[in-house]
Design a protein around this ligand. Sequence first.
Ligand code: HEC
Ligand code: HEC
Length: 228
Amino acid sequence: MKERGLVLWGFIFMLCMLAYSGRVDAGVAEGKKIFESKKCNDCHYTQGPAREKTIKDQLSKKGPELWYAGSKFKEGFLEKWLQDPKPIRPMKYYSLTEKNKGDHPKLSGKDAKEVAAFLMSLKSKDVKAGVIKAKKSARARIVFEKKLACYGCHLVKKGRKIVGGLTGPSLVDAGERLNPDWIYAYLVKPKVFKPVKDMPVYVGIVGDKEMKMLASYIATFKQKKKKK
Ligand code: HEC
Ligand code: HEC
């Protein structure tokens, strides 16, 4: 009697799992369709690995490559951002002379959810999950601010002020936007993600332990202070 009950519960559980995974896949397929119909492809490509060999290739698409979006972004970020896209790069993409107007196409809540599901399904095998955890550290801060002057090119929050350079993407909300494991992978294997890039390569200058510390440190950056 007891065993039969267990088998029945097991069966119900499996049905639920099947229904759930079916729904997730439907979101991905639906999201891909929306992505194509909204012409997101005009400015972004979604199939890896990186194809850029020269700056010209890089400039042939107006927006950043999205083929590893599922490894790059934190769960939940894209769904929100796609409905209300705020500039990430303070300068117009790949240009140092024009400001980013912040006129990125917007999606409705429903479309954003499905497109986010599609983008989050695009993973890179070069990003190991669950290795880097957000962690503050005084040493990483010194490396970031003084030793390597990362904020010469990136905006960050210092106390209440936003300071730093405008060449690279803003890191003010990096902890809310970026997956810590991706930050680390990006720092140690930059060529996988950006074969042609503007950011200096730090491999060989910074050891592996310090790279991990830096990635953990960046992952603590938040736009707003948490309310206590
Ligand atoms: C006219 C070109 C253009 C079109 C069309 C376009 N994008 Fe973008 N997209 C950009 C640019 C430029 C950026 C960089 C914005 C920034 O950094 O502030 C961007 C950034 C993004 C990002 C963040 C990527 C990152 O690595 O920071 C996502 C996600 C994204 N777009 C998704 C979409 C989706 C989904 C669509 C279709 C609804 C779309 N884009 C249509 C140009 C475009
Ligand atoms: C000379 C300017 C410059 C310096 C210095 C610099 N970066 Fe960058 N960084 C960039 C640019 C430009 C990008 C955008 C991608 C590209 O073209 O390489 C970027 C991208 C990034 C990203 C990905 C952000 C995103 O949203 O896609 C991270 C994380 C990052 N940098 C961290 C660092 C760290 C950590 C340091 C210091 C060790 C550093 N950067 C120093 C210019 C710089």
